[in-house]
Design a protein around this ligand. Structure first.
Ligand SMILES: [Zn+2]
Length: 318
């Protein structure tokens, strides 16, 4: 069928590999069952989350060192871009539940790294899912990780199909809202990050760019292909603020008013890197970070943009 592609996965596991997986699962279970590890003070002010009818609401969810963004469209439909780490999936589901989100109409897995797709299996298992978008990765680079396998298992069990994502696709176009993909432009990269789906949401006169972990190579291709079309009011900064991304020319073309960085407090990677922070500061862009502000909510009526912080976070220890 046009636009659909079969699930690509590794061959049957051998007995030693299966044994190793069982040990790993048990070890992970023991580790994950530590009750203090993800203690959360969870108190959602429900009045703020009543379904909007004229606005678009975007939650840049604080999932620690990872990515997850929820877009609530005026139609009541929901788009979820990435789902953070597997360890945070029950908190993510609780959060969605409290927001009154029961269906993800468009589920976008930017690229198959654990900090983006870790929570996907649980989301797919437990929620009503419309379409699922994933980039097609070159054969030799298809991951063999447990999180990737778990995601595919969940997709198969529900009888869902994956939609192969490429630059130029329009995912949603209704009323004043439009979501289109600007990357990946190629189907063969050395680094999995560059397969990242980059999505642009336009709502009225305002626009929002979601870059996954796309790095300079993909940014360069987008610049060549789309140029001024990259211009957006809000940029979800690529790769958690790593210096691998947000190249000077790309930032100049996007020229956002707000930059959102999704990263964990005191993360092991030193994200966001100081070079990226100084580029953003030099351009006088308002930077809002999930490691400092927790979950960030941006609403827009198509003319104005409102940024709200101080929301309950998913993974911040209380
Ligand atoms: Zn990442």
């Amino acid at each position: 069928m046009k636009g659909l592609f079969p699930i690509t996965r590794r061959k049957k596991v051998s007995t030693p590999a299966l044994f190793a997986s069982v040990i790993l699962i048990i070890a992970t279970w023991i580790f994950a069952s530590d009750p203090d590890r993800y203690a959360v003070g969870f108190d959602v002010p429900s009045g703020d989350f009543v379904k909007e009818t004229n606005n678009v609401s975007i939650y840049y969810l604080d999932v620690g060192q990872g990515d997850s963004e929820l877009i609530r469209l005026p139609s009541g439909e929901n788009i979820l871009i990435d789902a953070g780490l597997a360890e945070g999936s029950s908190k993510l589901l609780d959060y969605l539940e409290q927001l009154g989100v029961h269906k993800i109409d468009y589920l976008i897995a930017t690229h198959p790294h654990a900090d983006h797709i870790g929570g996907m299996a649980q989301v797919i298992k437990q929620m009503d899912i419309g379409k699922i978008y994933l980039p097609k990765v070159a054969d030799g680079q298809v991951p063999t990780t447990r999180v990737y396998e778990n995601m595919l298992d969940a997709v198969e069990k529900k009888g869902l199909r994956l939609t192969q994502s490429k630059a130029g696709m329009t995912v949603y176009d209704q009323g004043d809202a439009r979501l289109e993909f600007l990357a990946p432009l190629d189907d063969n990269y050395k680094d999995l990050n560059n397969y990242s789906i980059v999505a642009k949401l336009t709502f009225g006169k305002k626009s929002f760019l979601f870059t996954g972990d796309a790095e300079k190579e993909s940014e360069k291709e987008m610049l060549q292909e789309f140029g001024s079309k990259l211009s957006s009011d809000v940029l979800k900064v690529g790769h958690h603020g790593s210096n691998s991304s947000t190249s000077a020319n790309f930032l100049k073309a996007v020229a956002p008013k707000y930059a959102i960085i999704s990263c964990g407090k005191n993360n092991d990677y030193g994200h966001p890197h100081k070079e990226v922070m100084s580029r953003l500061n030099a351009a006088k862009i308002n930077v809002v970070r999930t490691d400092e502000q927790g979950t960030i909510l941006i609403t827009s009526n198509g003319t104005d943009i409102n940024v709200k912080t101080g929301l309950p976070s998913l993974l911040t220890a209380s």
